[in-house]
Ligand binder design. Structure first.
Ligand code: SF4
Ligand code: SF4
Length: 67
């Protein structure tokens, strides 16, 4: 199982994002992107994700799920 993010639910705020800070493998990154409505997005690298679920528990927007 890997973590996947629903961008439509994500606040994409790198200042408050606990999953971004706490992911043990550094699989989550915040990327500035002018094509996104919020000007940025969170991205999860499935190659680096170990399936620990920490991000699912910590996401305040409930936008990360395991598949
Ligand atoms: S906590 Fe969840 S909703 Fe908030 S920025 Fe991080 S991934 Fe997005
Ligand atoms: S499941 Fe674990 S390793 Fe994968 S993105 Fe979430 S916190 Fe990182």
């Amino acid at each position: 199982m890997k973590a996947y993010i629903d961008k439509s639910k994500c606040a994409s705020d790198n200042r408050i994002c606990k999953p971004l800070k706490e992911c043990p493998t550094g699989a989550i990154t915040w990327i500035e992107d002018d094509d996104e409505p919020l000007g940025s997005r969170m991205e999860i690298d499935s190659e680096r994700c170990n399936g620990c679920r920490i991000c699912v528990e910590l996401c305040c927007g409930h936008c990360i799920e395991m598949k």
